[in-house]
Design a protein around this ligand. Structure first.
Ligand code: C5P
Length: 287
């Protein structure tokens, strides 16, 4: 038996930090959506009670430190199933980029194993298990558009954003989310984005409002650690994107553009300034 699952990346249209919690995590309010850039997860059933993992990218761990491996291990523990799996990850999403690549691989592994092993779990149950792996995994289980609260695991679905193109630009270095949160001074946040107003823009399919409301309180923190992020943002604005923001804890910067030819032009202009540059469609959800 064999199952293949698509593991799409996400971007944050808003990301706000409300306060630091007693458990060390930060209470968040953010709107995330799904874009047309994905890893592929292939799962092959094994009769032996083992988990094997290999990835097309040398940049991700090929053992139990990989979130997809953790997902398989946790699912086996929760269900008591005594079967094994060989996981192969075809990596296209840049690593440590703020695009939830690792979380999406874990979520796709949960969805795929649910089919492969015929576990009959609901998406809600898979999301609950996913929350134990990482804060973004529940969102990636649903791969839609949502308002996320709590650590990121309390999700309210939203309508997809208006159709457009997303230009993504990632500097060479990756960023540790934990480092960015450690450097954040919650009492020093100058401007809080409005998730409510952004949610309304989604409902109204208002592309212009969506661009005006983009905001991420982690952006100045990561820019302070890696000034290159600011330079890429400036270039993306200069080259004509309608709205520009860093995704998650970064360092990937995305620009929204209505027409494909303008997205391609920005990609051409950015080539040479940073390592990874793509233009993909905004999806909003993946069935
Ligand atoms: O949940 P996850 O393991 O993906 O988070 C990585 C790190 O990011 C956490 O260890 C924590 O330092 C930080 N984090 C946080 N508040 C959140 C989510 C993540 O402080 N809501």
């Amino acid at each position: 038996m064999y199952v293949s699952e698509k593991a799409p990346a996400k971007i944050n249209l808003t990301l706000d930090v409300l306060y630091k919690r007693d458990d060390g995590y930060h209470e968040l309010e953010m709107i995330m959506t799904t874009i047309d850039l994905a890893d592929r997860i292939d799962l092959v059933d094994l009769s032996s009670n083992t988990i094997q993992l290999e990835s097309s990218s040398g940049l991700v761990p090929q053992d139990e430190r990989n979130l997809a491996y953790l997902a398989a291990k946790l699912l086996k523990e929760k269900t008591g199933i005594k079967r094994g799996v060989a996981i192969h990850i075809s990596k296209r999403i840049p690593v440590a980029a703020g695009l939830a690549g690792g979380s999406s691989d874990a979520a796709a592994t949960l969805r795929g194993l649910n089919k492969l092993w015929q576990l009959g779990l609901s998406l809600e149950e898979l999301a609950q298990i996913g929350a134990e792996i990482g804060s973004d995994v529940p969102f990636c289980v649903y791969r839609n558009t949502a308002l996320a609260r709590g650590r990121g695991e309390m999700l309210t679905p939203l309508p997809p954003p208006p159709p457009c193109w997303v230009v993504l630009a990632k500097p060479v270095h990756g960023v540790s989310t934990a480092d960015v949160f450690r450097n954040l001074r919650v009492d020093h946040i100058e401007e809080h984005p409005s998730a409510q107003a952004m949610a309304q823009a989604m409902k109204d399919k208002d592309y212009e409002a969506m661009n005006n409301l983009l905001g991420n309180v982690l952006e100045p923190v990561t820019m302070n650690m890696y000034p290159e992020v600011q330079k890429i943002k400036q270039k993306m604005i200069q080259f004509g994107a309608d709205g520009v923001l860093m995704s998650g804890s970064g360092p990937t910067v995305f620009g929204l553009v209505k027409q494909e030819y303008r997205a391609r032009r920005i990609v051409n202009s950015l080539n040479g300034f940073c390592q990874h540059v793509f233009a993909v469609r905004m999806l909003g959800y993946l069935d």
